[in-house]
Write a protein of this length. Structure first.
Length: 131
């Protein structure tokens, strides 16, 4: 895949994509900060920017404990594979999301790749999360 194809994919994907990085490969996942969020994620969360913020900050979670569980699972397993959670945007509009994320250790940094899919249309029963 060429750079321009990759960039177009990231920018125009129908789901939210984020990339986060720690300052070293020894950083815990909780210290990673977003360095890229695609337009779909920005629109989904109804925010202007996520750069330099923690991974999916707590204000975007309907249930704060679900964010803690997400971050713990990501830290312990290095992978979150389709966690269904209730989130909210910057205007406090709630929606159901399915989150995928993976931790990759490179020689110089810890990197987290993630994807957020709005699954509200699937009408997930209230209170049913997968974390």
């Amino acid at each position: 895949i060429r750079d321009n194809e990759y960039n177009n994919f990231m920018r125009h994907a129908p789901w939210g994509i984020f990339l986060a990085r720690g300052s070293s490969s020894n950083d815990p996942v909780s210290n990673c900060h977003v360095y890229y969020a695609n337009p779909t994620l920005i629109q989904m969360l109804n925010t202007l920017d996520l750069n330099n913020q923690p991974i999916l900050p707590s204000e975007f979670w309907q249930v704060k404990e679900e964010r803690s569980a997400f971050m713990n699972q990501l830290s312990v397993n290095g992978l979150v594979n389709g966690a269904t959670v209730q989130m909210r945007d910057a205007r406090n509009h709630s929606f159901w999301a399915k989150i995928f994320a993976r931790v990759i250790k490179s020689p110089d940094a810890l990197v987290v790749y993630g994807c957020v899919v709005d699954v509200s249309a699937e009408k997930i029963p209230s209170g049913k999360t997968s974390l």
